[in-house]
Design a protein around this ligand. Structure first.
Ligand code: SAH
Ligand code: SF4
Ligand code: F3S
Length: 486
């Protein structure tokens, strides 16, 4: 089952949420002596954090390496979203244990959400671990590493109400040089009953818009042509300017409180050739203001990841999502009215949540028929310790049933992805080239505004350029075409 999900991932490898892929930071050589290897799991936010960690430690005498065998320090930046994600990390630690036997001085640290969830217990459960640091403790890593160098174990899982790492420029070691991610907020206050994130990432806080615009401006100057603004719920972005930023805010003509729609506009104005994407939107919070801002700027991509989780109102209610099936379908209607049928829409869905009946599962399928998503990440429910659902409800749907229901929604999504892609055949799209296609260096690939991957013969084009491509064919995952003069 999980393999099927992996296959679907290919359409959207850079989406912010829920990929179960591993990222290893690339090599960096600034002449530093100690070598740091970071492997990251989970969502785009973790991948972005690893670049902040690399930036903090670069100043402390570390260069990153992509070869674990040459590392002095190994960090796993972990995810707790489903049980499987945690199991992957434990298996990895068993493997790293083998390396440590040959190299006893190797420092092994766990970062991220699983570190936050287990805290010092990690040290008891996995003897190989020397250091545990939660998502808000990365500035303390140099001190924690010194503590381990002095022969102790080190733990910091303090969650902050303020930390946004706003002043730290991440070293972009995950990037293709064209597209990159910018964290605009941290944490989540939503308390969806199935979800561990509020416990592992703490309270929601928004980052200073000034630092966000500055980062986007710098990236454009360095040749980047697309930024994705990241947060667990970008629609609740909210920032009240501090005194010393007021002059700047006035100059930029935005009111005192900056909403997500304001921020989108500010980033869109950095340069018309800088594409802006964002993830994740929450159906209860996305506003028409955001949709109108998207419509107003050509460079704000017409693509919305709007996770529904379930198509049934009773299930949504016990999931604590804060909206009903009808509310969600109304939001879809607004998107279609304001942004048209070409706007890409994707979703996350969970099957077999506590007490879900067969009819309620059918509601998810019928909602999918009503929306016709371009893409979806789909999971069966995995109970997470400490969440509201774990405390309040019994995880009472058999694994076989959860998987069968998951299979059904995957099958439906596969049909819809193909159907939606077929609508694009014969149309011309502006594509930002991201690099060679996965299969052949004779072809390039990029995405259109709606986030569809388009492959075309390379000609004399280079990554980072915009081209117009006529779509001639498609699969459920990819569009194929040829460039045309525009
Ligand atoms: N902030 C995003 C989601 C972050 S987690 C949002 O609100 O939509 C990414 C996805 O993982 C979720 O959308 C959900 O579909 C899935 N997920 C979260 N907790 C899960 C659990 N306990 N079991 C199965 N899937 C889960
Ligand atoms: Fe989890 Fe809900 Fe927050 Fe998303 S909005 S991170 S699903 S609690
Ligand atoms: Fe992301 Fe996983 Fe944490 S999805 S926020 S790394 S629990």
């Amino acid at each position: 089952m999980e393999n099927l999900i992996g296959d679907l991932d290919v359409l959207n490898p850079q989406d912010a949420e829920a990929c179960e892929t591993v990222h290893v930071l690339k090599d960096e050589n600034t002449g530093n002596k100690r070598k740091l290897y970071i492997e990251s799991y989970g969502c785009q936010m973790n991948f972005a954090d690893s670049e902040i960690v690399a930036s903090i430690l670069q100043k402390e005498g570390f260069d990153t390496t992509s070869d674990i065998a040459t590392a002095d320090v190994v960090f796993l930046n972990t995810c707790s979203i489903r049980e499987k994600a945690e199991q992957t990390v434990r298996n990895r630690l068993t493997h790293i244990n083998g390396l440590k036997k040959q190299k006893p001085e190797l420092l092994v640290g766990v970062l991220g959400c699983m570190a936050e969830r287990l805290k010092a217990k990690f040290l008891e459960e996995e003897k190989i671990v020397d250091l545990v640091a939660g998502p808000d403790a990365y500035r303390d890593l140099p001190a924690l590493i010194s503590q381990v160098d002095d022969g102790q174990k080190a733990v910091n899982t303090f969650l902050s109400r303020e930390e946004t790492y706003a002043d730290i420029s991440p070293v972009r070691l995950n990037s293709n040089g064209v597209t990159a991610f910018i964290s605009i907020m941290r944490g989540c206050d939503n308390m969806c009953s199935f979800c561990v994130v509020p416990f592992t990432r703490g309270r929601e806080r928004s980052r200073d818009p000034y630092s966000i615009v500055q980062e986007a401006t710098q990236m454009f100057a360095q040749g980047y042509r697309e930024v994705t603004l990241l947060g667990q719920n970008v629609d609740s972005y909210k920032w009240s300017p501090e005194e010393n930023n007021k002059a700047w805010i006035e100059k930029n003509g935005v009111s005192n409180i900056i909403t997500f729609a304001n921020l989108l506009e500010m980033v869109a104005k950095v340069h018309p050739d800088l594409r802006v994407r964002f993830s994740t939107s929450h159906p209860k919070d996305i506003t028409d203001d955001v949709l109108h801002t998207m419509a107003k700027y050509e460079n704000i991509c017409k693509y919305i990841h709007l996770p529904v989780q379930s198509g049934n109102t009773r299930i949504l209610d016990i999931m604590n999502r804060g909206y009903s099936r009808e509310w969600y379908l109304d939001k879809i209607k607004s998107i279609r009215t304001i942004l048209g049928n070409d706007c890409g829409i994707s979703s996350d869905m969970i099957t077999g949540f506590c007490t879900e009946t067969e009819e309620e599962h059918q509601d998810t399928l019928s909602l999918m028929d009503a929306v016709e998503y371009d893409f979806a990440y789909m999971f069966f429910y995995s109970e997470r310790p400490g969440t509201l659902a774990a405390k309040k409800y019994t995880d009472d749907i058999d694994l076989d049933i959860k998987k069968r229901r998951l299979n059904e929604i995957i099958q439906k999504q596969t049909e819809h992805s193909l159907k939606r892609n077929k609508l694009d055949v014969g149309k011309v799209y502006k594509v930002l080239i991201e690099g060679f296609s996965k299969r052949s260096e004779e072809y390039l690939q990029g995405r259109n505004s709606a986030n569809k991957v388009i492959v075309f013969p390379k000609g004399n084009y280079k990554k980072g350029e915009y081209v117009h491509v006529l779509v001639e064919d498609c699969t459920g995952a990819t569009l194929m075409g040829k460039t045309i003069n525009s």
